[in-house]
Design a protein around this ligand. Structure first.
Ligand code: FAD
Length: 310
């Protein structure tokens, strides 16, 4: 994340406290590598719309559907070639052995990546092969080790390493304490920031960040926001993330009598969620775009984020 500080007064006349006040909300987007038969014009429009917001970075997911890091890297190469956006690659343990992942990290760095989101990935039924990293914490160590070995290549700089975190708890965790212990371990191993899994209640995020701080987490926990465009979408995403959709959200969306009304209700719920967490102190928003530029633009307009002013 690149913090931007208030430029309204000369820097040397500002107190330390004033210097620390972010002038604007950090903004990042998550996109999915397009399928090989994707409509090129749609991808161009997606990237053009997202770029118009000058995001702090654009995160590209990695999944079996997109050929693991093959799809991620190809999309990042395209983003780097055709836009000015700074790409961040999702790197999941599920994508390969330690040796294979080192090869991918090198290729991603060559493609312009200076940030990685270290993830375990969604487990296949049979679990992960033994020679794959088993948890995201191993990936952080792998990245930091590679960085030390190649210090000259990075001109002694660092790769930004992000991790996932879970305001409503990770489905496999025994309890909340486990989630905080894992997050603290990741911070200790060198994670610079975390992006949250989607959540439906502002209080879940605000309570989570407060408890994390008390537990000793000092890295930013960036809220991931999913535009709630329909009940079907919300239920599907809840299912994939192991999250129950609250009755409040379900009944509001189910009460709509047309798809337009459903969209309107969902976007208003999302806007309220985003506004509440920003009012509660979140310093940035990470939008799960699902590669839809119109919904993303609509949501940001409703929240009051204007692409001309960024
Ligand atoms: P881990 O940190 O490994 O945690 C998984 C479980 O294991 C937790 O219960 C944790 O408490 C426990 N645990 C952690 N470390 C250890 C340890 N050392 N020993 C024992 N137990 C441990 N998935 C994809 O496949 N591709 C993506 O691009 C992708 N992007 C995502 C982006 C975001 C912002 C988020 C929040 C999730 C994303 N996911 C993605 C989903 C993610 O891979 C799943 O949530 C996955 O189930 C867990 O990933 P993790 O990195 O949190 O795993």
């Amino acid at each position: 994340m690149s913090p931007r500080f208030s430029a309204s007064a000369p820097l040397d006349s500002m107190s330390e406290e004033e210097l620390m006040v972010p002038e604007r909300l950090a903004l990042s987007f998550e996109v999915i590598p397009p399928r090989h038969d994707a409509d090129e014009a749609k991808i161009d429009r997606l990237l053009e719309t997202l770029e118009s917001y000058h995001p702090d970075y654009i995160a590209v997911t990695s999944s079996k559907r997109s050929g693991w890091l093959e799809g991620t890297t190809a999309f990042i190469e395209r983003i780097s070639r055709t836009t000015s956006m700074r790409p961040l690659a999702h790197l999941a343990c599920t994508a390969g052995s330690r040796t294979e992942l080192i090869g991918w990290i090198n290729r991603l760095v060559d493609a312009g990546v200076r940030g990685l989101l270290a993830l375990r990935g969604d487990l296949p039924e049979e679990g992960l092969p033994e020679h794959y990293p088993q948890h995201a914490d191993e990936l952080i160590s792998l990245i930091r080790q590679l960085e030390r070995q190649q210090a000259a290549r990075f001109a002694a700089g660092r790769l930004a390493v992000g991790v996932a975190c879970y305001p409503s708890g990770h489905v496999e965790s025994k309890n909340e304490d486990e989630d905080f212990d894992v997050l603290l371990k990741k911070q200790r191993l060198g994670a610079d920031f975390a992006i949250t899994q989607l959540f439906f209640d502002a209080q879940d995020y605000l309570r989570f960040t407060k408890k994390a701080q008390l537990a000793g987490v000092h890295i930013p926990l960036i809220p991931g926001i999913m535009p709630m465009t329909s009940l079907r979408r919300v239920e599907r995403m809840g299912e994939l993330s192991g999250l129950a959709v609250p009755e409040r959200v379900r009944s509001a969306l189910a009460a709509a009598t047309t798809p337009e009304e459903e969209y309107e209700t969902g976007m208003e719920l999302t806007t309220e969620l985003a506004r509440d967490i920003v009012a509660g102190g979140a310093s940035g928003l990470h939008i799960y775009t699902h590669n839809n530029p119109d919904n993303t633009h609509d949501l940001l307009t409703r929240i009051g984020v204007d692409n001309d002013q960024r």
